[in-house]
Design a protein around this ligand. Structure first.
Ligand code: DX5
Ligand code: ZN
Length: 219
């Protein structure tokens, strides 16, 4: 199995020291930084937006993986692109015109990802997979860090892997929610390539060690 790409989520970092969290990830073997943008409408929680991402962009060369848990994402694509996002993931459930959103993200020069909630079937993605750089399988209901992994996500990852192998083998599968030393190997075995982890990394006494442990999930 391939070594997974680790995308620590700063959602569980100390928000009074976000720059230190970004710098910590920057000197770790994690390749990406995951940014959980929440608007209080699509999800019950509110986090941060473009200004925060823009302010922290200079402190890391890692890939900025922006997960938009917001309604009307098309209104903000260009702003997040300008703020420093490398990959912009929108929710299938928040998009009326998903294909148009994909075009918008690509036109802004960024990679396009699509996320689905735990109750949304992977079959919905069949016609967008050929155009997607990434599919994000939510393994918790979006809105909060520190929730328990929902096991049905594993079966969804397996089904999605079969679809992707057929339709667009370069599309990455990312899993987000409840990823830790126990669930990471299961997700990788099922076919996930990118592991998002918030509370496991930032709730750990040694976040760098936690990232290292996740990296070995494929072995
Ligand atoms: C949840 C977010 C996740 C969150 C994961 O809505 O999308 O990225 O940070 O947190 P953990 O790893 O604690 O489940
Ligand atoms: Zn996320």
């Amino acid at each position: 199995m391939q070594t997974p790409i680790i995308a620590p989520s700063v959602l569980s970092a100390d928000f009074s020291c976000l720059r230190q969290a970004v710098e910590l990830i920057d000197r770790s073997p994690a390749q990406w930084i995951h940014w959980d943008v929440m608007d209080g409408h699509f999800v019950p929680n509110i986090t941060f937006g473009m200004p925060v991402i823009k302010a922290l962009r200079p402190f890391s060369d890692k890939k900025f993986d922006v997960h938009l848990m917001i309604e009307n994402p098309g209104r903000y694509v260009e702003a997040f692109a300008r703020a420093g996002a490398d990959l912009i993931t929108v929710h299938y459930e928040a998009a009326t015109h998903l294909h148009r959103l994909m075009q918008q993200v690509k036109k802004a020069g960024k990679q396009f990802g699509v996320a689905i909630n735990p109750a949304t079937p992977v079959a919905c993605l069949e016609d967008i997979i050929p155009y997607a750089d990434l599919v994000l399988i939510m393994s918790v209901n979006p809105g909060f860090g520190g929730q328990e992994f929902i096991p049905v996500a594993l079966e969804k990852i397996r089904r999605l892997k079969t679809m992707i192998d057929l339709l667009n083998p370069s599309c990455l599968i990312e899993v987000d929610g409840g990823i830790n030393d126990q669930t990471a190997p299961l997700a990788v075995e099922a076919g996930a390539r990118v592991l998002v982890a918030g509370s496991y990394v930032f709730g750990h006494s040694d976040p760098l060690q936690a990232i290292q442990t996740l990296l070995t999930a494929g072995q």
